[in-house]
Design a protein around this ligand. Structure first.
Ligand code: 13P
Length: 250
């Protein structure tokens, strides 16, 4: 089944008010042809969410956040509840990015709880999974990713509520990418696991590839079976690059 693809940009801890001009430029380049074929989303830092949502008003570019808490309110200094993200204009949130797993010791169980809380607030949860270089070299990729999908994707996953992003940790920000055959193998496994656990409707859950996606490799990566779009880091900061990736669907 060909799903409507999603190209989402994760700005990570980058961007400023000035960078919001890029969203304007993205909107200009998101012409009728592209709009008819692919969804676009930008996930700026939390401090820019509200401004980004205002910049994106009327452009059909969606705004997402990069993390959320599991609770709706409470004594959690520095954290942000899913409802607060909704109020800021976000319609989605990334959870379980490998940088959160690595630097904030986030476990699969916590990621699943965050995704559950996000969905309950009406957000789409973009759940990230992916193996490290050591795990790939040890031949453990499918076991690791399979386990992460099993444990990080919440019970109530539907195509509206959940997007899964496969991001091999060793491909993030390195310029390295897996071969198309390797991507196909992992995405097929993710699809199988989703259908096993969430039933036939899980054929409609979008599975994004992320890790050094650029305009020059987007076409090849986006053509792989079960790759329903991209989660883009560095190349999402500039409108020309981001649109160049989206143009894989032109
Ligand atoms: O981590 C990523 C997106 O979430 C990928 O980052 P890069 O595209 O910079 O490799």
């Amino acid at each position: 089944m060909a799903l409507r693809p999603l190209v989402a940009g994760n700005w990570k801890m980058n961007g400023s008010k000035k960078a919001l001009e890029e969203i304007g430029a993205m909107a200009e380049g998101y012409d009728a042809t592209l709009r008819g074929k692919v969804d676009l989303m930008i996930c700026p830092p939390a401090t820019l969410l509200q401004l980004a949502a205002t910049s994106a008003l009327g452009t059909r570019i969606a705004i997402g956040a990069q993390d959320c808490h599991t609770e709706t309110t409470g004594a959690f200094t520095g954290d942000i509840a899913p409802d607060m993200l909704v109020e800021s204009g976000a319609t989605a949130v990334i959870v379980g990015h490998s940088e959160r797993r690595q630097y904030h010791a986030e476990t699969d169980a916590l990621v699943a709880a965050k995704a559950f809380a996000a969905i309950r607030a009406g957000l789409t949860a973009i759940v990230c999974v992916g193996e490290t270089r050591a795990e790939r070299e040890a031949g453990k990729t499918l076991a690791v990713v399979g386990r992460q999908v099993q444990r990080s994707v919440p019970e109530d996953a539907t195509p509206e509520a959940v997007v899964v992003a496969y991001e091999p940790v060793w491909a993030i920000g390195t310029g390295l990418t897996p071969t198309a055959a390797d991507v196909a193998e992992v995405h097929a496994l993710i699809r199988k696991k989703l259908i096993q656990r969430h039933g036939k409707q899980a054929a409609g859950i979008r599975i994004l590839y992320g890790g050094s996606v650029k305009p020059s490799n987007a076409k090849e990566l986006m053509a792989v079976a079960n790759v329903d779009g991209a989660l883009v880091g560095g190349a999402s900061l500039k409108a020309a690059d981001f649109l160049g990736i989206a143009a894989a669907y032109r």
